[in-house]
Design a protein around this ligand. Structure first.
Ligand code: K7E
Ligand code: CUA
Length: 677
């Protein structure tokens, strides 16, 4: 690969650059460019670069006009969107709007974006009025997989704040569906896919009565619950089929991350929990806080779920309905051998499955070890049936029967990813470091002298990493090479921009024996919780929509789309239909005259076939802002309730006569009185 320069070649380049060992602080300080910017040694000296800086720069620099070999899809956290970076340059290539309106993409100001966003609202019910949701706390975005590897077709994301999940189509990098969980208000272990993307996993977080109704908190043990929803994804329609989806009821522990097994363990789901103590306050009443009460037990429970067994029960109708949604009750899960527990060290966060599917790695945040469970041992323990039972009757297997190894990695271990050489990488939140450690079997075989289940190296990162991402690092075929440490704090790393600091994404080279830090990338627009990295050539987005009149929601030509030659304004009583086409640099028609109170349906089609020839439609005062890509057809609907003269114009600087790409929406007042105002 073009960018995968070998260290030897790099050292050669350094020698050419005349760096040698003579880069003393003194000379660096005095040096200026003197116009000699084509001489590497002069630039290196003037910029005070150390030898390792130069290597790092050479490893991450992508020359102008060239492309990055990898794409990272990263959650945008509180901004509710997905961010797309080029790796190794760390150039931000795109922001895919998901849960939050976005002006650049014209998302949420009329048109198809509104339709998708409103699909995720909370409907009115006997509990209260409808709630419109206009932001999300996006934690995990997950690429679709075929046979356990990313296939580059779809991307899924969750909203922790409101218990929603979204489907993004990677043909046009646009969100197609947002589904509100009908039985829970929040989630966290989401969205994680099964190896063929048949099911999308969404685990709830903070226990509450299923269905969202009121229950007195003193009835916590009896009436509060957790759950995991299994959403059926239909590749044909590109949508979650809510009618083929179901949930399983769980005890009121606070379920955390959930993940699918793979290969040997492919039919099983693993989910962490904390607050198995079922602590529920109340601090104003003199009780301990949640942080003390929820961590009062030494262990919490790793949930082990037999998915196909749950699917069987769902298909056999062995469920109850909550808000109309099928939920398999706990007692059925126990009777039908769907759910098992095994203890995990308290307050765990990450749960990750090794590439071969054999090992499940769990990190208890308050334990300096990662705990590695062996899938075969879990199966044997299930068969042996030596169970204790939790207060709800769920079988609990002894930890000593399910654990393969415990590796001491450092303080505050969170999340783990894997490479293709038998190593695992775990973020250490409290140590502000990444631990590299060896898996059993594979590392020992591949690297003579390396012992199984051993800490190999700790690399300091800056600071407090959450998740980490290795190329393909959660699939059956990781690539290795690069690792991203997604850090929560940045403290002193960047120029001061006031009290709200950026996050820090750090790129790490893991291709050699030792991990090496390559670059820092501040992110001042959200908290990246999770990311996945895929080879860029595995994603095949369109450069423009395939045909003119393309509806991005149906991914086909829309029979209602405005087409060239058929432009015009049609009135039917007080219903007005505008059929408008756009091409550089005009709207047809340019004058839209309606009466106050008219119900306006405005179809607009970008008839361009040139890639990148995107236009906008911004209508003053009406809060309408569309982005219309080549071929795309959009429809916006509004009531012309405010009289006056409103301009509309193209928001994308599309041509020399872009400023002339404008028109008027003229709304004739219903009464003369209004006209005078
Ligand atoms: Cu650790 Cu939501 Cu996966 Cu944040 S989560 S880091
Ligand atoms: Cu179209 Cu500017």
């Amino acid at each position: 690969m073009k960018h995968a320069l070998k260290t030897g070649a790099l050292l050669g380049l350094i020698a050419v650059a005349g760096l040698g060992t003579g880069c003393s602080k003194q000379s660096a300080k005095q040096a200026t460019f003197h116009g000699e910017t084509t001489k590497a040694s002069v630039v290196i000296a003037a910029r005070h670069l150390k030898p390792d800086d130069v290597i790092r720069a050479l490893q991450t620099f992508v020359p102008p006009g060239e492309h990055d070999p990898y794409l990272m899809f990263a959650s945008g956290g509180q901004n509710g969107q997905v961010l797309v970076y080029g790796i190794p340059s760390m150039r931000l290539l795109d922001e895919i709007p998901v849960f939050t309106p976005d002006s650049m993409a014209g998302w949420g100001f009329g048109g198809s974006g509104n339709e998708v966003l409103r699909g995720g609202d909370i409907p009115a019910s006997k509990l209260g009025p409808a709630k419109e949701l206009n932001w999300g706390d996006l934690h995990h975005c997950n690429l679709s997989e075929s046979n356990g590897v990313y296939d580059g077709q779809w991307l899924f994301a969750n909203d922790k704040a409101n218990g929603r999940i979204a489907v993004v189509d990677l043909r046009d990098f646009a969100t197609k569906q947002i589904v509100k969980n009908p039985i829970f208000y929040n989630d966290h272990g989401a969205v994680f896919v099964t190896p063929n993307t048949t099911w999308l996993i969404e685990a709830s977080q903070y226990s509450a009565p299923l269905g969202g109704a009121y229950q007195d908190i003193t009835n916590y043990e009896a009436t509060y619950r957790g759950e995991i929803t299994f959403w059926r994804f239909d590749r044909q329609t590109g949508r979650i089929d809510t009618n083929q989806s179901f949930a399983i009821e769980l005890p009121p522990y606070w379920q955390d991350l959930a993940i699918s097994g793979k290969l040997v363990s492919h039919d099983w789901i693993f989910c962490n929990s904390f607050n198995v103590a079922r602590y529920h306050g109340d601090d104003l009443d003199g009780q301990p806080s949640f942080e003390a009460g929820a961590t009062s037990r030494d262990t919490d429970y790793l949930h082990i779920i037999h998915l196909s067994q749950a699917v069987k029960d769902f298909q056999a109708g062995k469920f109850e309905r909550v808000n109309g949604f099928p939920v398999i009750p706990l007692k059925t899960e126990i009777a039908d051998h769907i759910l098992y527990f095994t203890p995990e060290t308290k307050s765990p966060h990450g749960v990750d499955v090794s590439p071969d599917g054999h090992y499940i790695v769990v990190s208890g945040k308050l334990d300096p070890h990662v705990t590695v469970y062996n899938f075969d041992k879990i199966q044997k323990a299930i068969a042996a049936g030596k169970f204790e039972h939790d207060p709800y009757g769920v079988p609990v297997m002894p930890m000593e029967d399910t654990v393969e190894a415990r590796v001491e990695v450092g303080l505050g271990p969170l999340h783990t990813q894997f490479d293709n050489k038998g190593f695992a990488y775990t973020t250490l939140f409290l140590d502000s470091a990444i631990a590299k450690w060896s898996l059993g079997g594979s590392a020992e075989t591949l690297h003579p002298g390396v012992k199984s289940w051993t800490l190999i190296q700790k690399l300091p990162v800056q600071y407090n990493p959450g998740h980490l991402a290795v190329i393909g690092g959660d699939t059956t075929h990781p690539t290795g090479q690069y690792l991203l440490s997604l850090n929560k704090w940045s403290i002193d790393r960047f120029d001061n921009v006031g009290p709200l600091y950026p996050e820090n994404l750090q790129l790490v080279d893991i291709s050699g024996k030792e991990m090496r830090l390559l670059s820092d990338t501040p992110l001042g627009m959200g908290e990246t919780h999770y990311a996945q990295i895929i080879a860029a050539d595995k994603v095949h987005p369109w450069q423009a929509y395939p045909e003119v009149g393309w509806n991005p929601l149906t991914q086909s030509v829309d029979t209602n789309a405005a087409m060239p030659g058929q432009e015009g304004i049609i009135r039917n009583a007080n219903h007005v239909t505008v059929n408008m086409t756009i091409v550089r640099s005009h709207y047809t028609p340019e004058l839209v005259q309606v009466n106050q109170g008219d119900d306006v349906t405005w179809h607009i089609t970008n008839i361009e076939r040139t890639p990148n020839a995107t236009h906008g439609l911004a209508i003053s005062a009406y809060n309408i802002n569309l982005t219309i890509n080549p071929g795309q057809a959009e429809t916006v609907h509004f009531v012309a309730d405010r009289a006056g003269v409103f301009s509309f114009y193209c928001t994308k600087f599309c041509s020399a006569l872009h400023l002339e790409m404008a028109g008027y929406l003229i709304v004739k007042p219903a009464t003369t009185q209004t006209a005078q105002r």
